[in-house]
Design a protein around this ligand. Sequence first.
Ligand code: FRU
Length: 489
Amino acid sequence: MQDANSSMPRPLFHLTPQRNWMNDPNGLVFHRGRWHAFFQYNPEGADWGNMSWGHASSADLQHWEELPVALRYQPDEQVYSGSVVASSPEENGQLTAYYTSAFADGRQAQSRATSDDGGLTWQRDAANPVLDRGTTAFRDPKIIRFQNRDGGFRWIMLAVEADDRQVLFFSSTDLRSWEHLSTFGPIGAAGVVWECPDLIPLTVGGRPDDVRWVLLLSTNPIGEDADPQGSSMSFLIGEFDGTAFTTESPELQRLDHGRDFYAGVSFDSAPDGAATILAWMSNWRYAGDVPSSPWRGAMSLPRRLSLLEVDGEARLIQEPPTFVTEHLASLTPATLPTAPHPSVFTLSGHSLVDLHWDPAATGPLRIRLQGDADAIVELVHDTESQILRLTRSGTAADAIHPDFSSTSAVPLAANRKAQLLLSLDGPLLEVFIDGGQATTSNLVVLGSGTVSLTVETERHSSITMATVDLRSPAETGTTVTEDLHPALV
Ligand code: FRU
């Protein structure tokens, strides 16, 4: 029997707390040269509760330093999700946080806090809650800037009425008083709550005159017949005129096709205005059943969003962070003949794998990951059915929760060349498909040792592949180095 620690080895290049429970990312902001992530955190245990904002910061989005709890729960107030915005240095360099006060009487309302020391300590506003509708599922304030036509800007807050499947828009010029502008929704399937909205302007193909607004939403099934697939993220592409969000295609589109990518929101003030999001890699369906060791909860890789025009339509692209692409660019890819024999490699389990091939020549491609736990992760990429299937199975997976063993499907574009980037960091497996045209992010239970990677195709043809194992700073002394090994066969 595996203990929790060995079935959930601690990730090396993702944000996890040292110990205790973590869920949503909160208050993501780039400030004074560092990336700050606050997060839903229980300072006292490995289960959801005592909700507070934990805090970590990073210079490179790869190595995170955990800092003291930023906003602590109080006897009658839980500190739920929210956001942080940085004012410019000319203003006063202050950070402003908005979070949901979830009061003991069931009310949920938006509260404000400010920090003058770069997010280490916070002063709650004496007038809290500053935005209160007297309702019980009004939460997850996300503040963005909106450029007025006259060159000035105003603040826009999005928050959900979670049970009504609505996003409410408010505006402010002083980050204190808010005017209700409009309400979007409900749309899409009932039987879910809407949580953690965000609204991100993106240019199509980098053309400055063609800006679309992407509304991000997290939806969590509720009720007795709740969908066993659990929580997931969706998006809509539309317009925002400073008052209301409108869209011509009111179908929620899936943002990530895996089981474990939730509550993703973007960083405020990212360099070059890049739209970088971070999400919680778990699922409310079983988050409380995942072994704690002694941490429970991890963030995804930060990913950069952009829009590309494909077949006359704007398509959302999600790319891995620069540190990942830099690692891969430094490698010499090797060519690997597959079929009739599978190719087998040994990975440390904290690894990046980049594969390029021609599916018309190879037929379906099958990848298997197996460690020392009694569980398997299998990916089958089939351009004929235009689906990539990812299956988690085995006793170790079944032991987590009855719905953990499962297959998720990712629709594929009919591209002639195919590409997969796998990022495996302990229990976190993220797959970027065809340059980020689709993604699937999943928790996996492969065990604590090395992981064998098997690549197999139906027909004989070659595949180009590069892998790199990332090492922890502790293993290598004070500086961080990486163990590079091109996949030579
Ligand atoms: C989303 C969520 C938010 C809420 C927070 C509480 O995962 O349910 O709506 O603010 O988690 O921890």
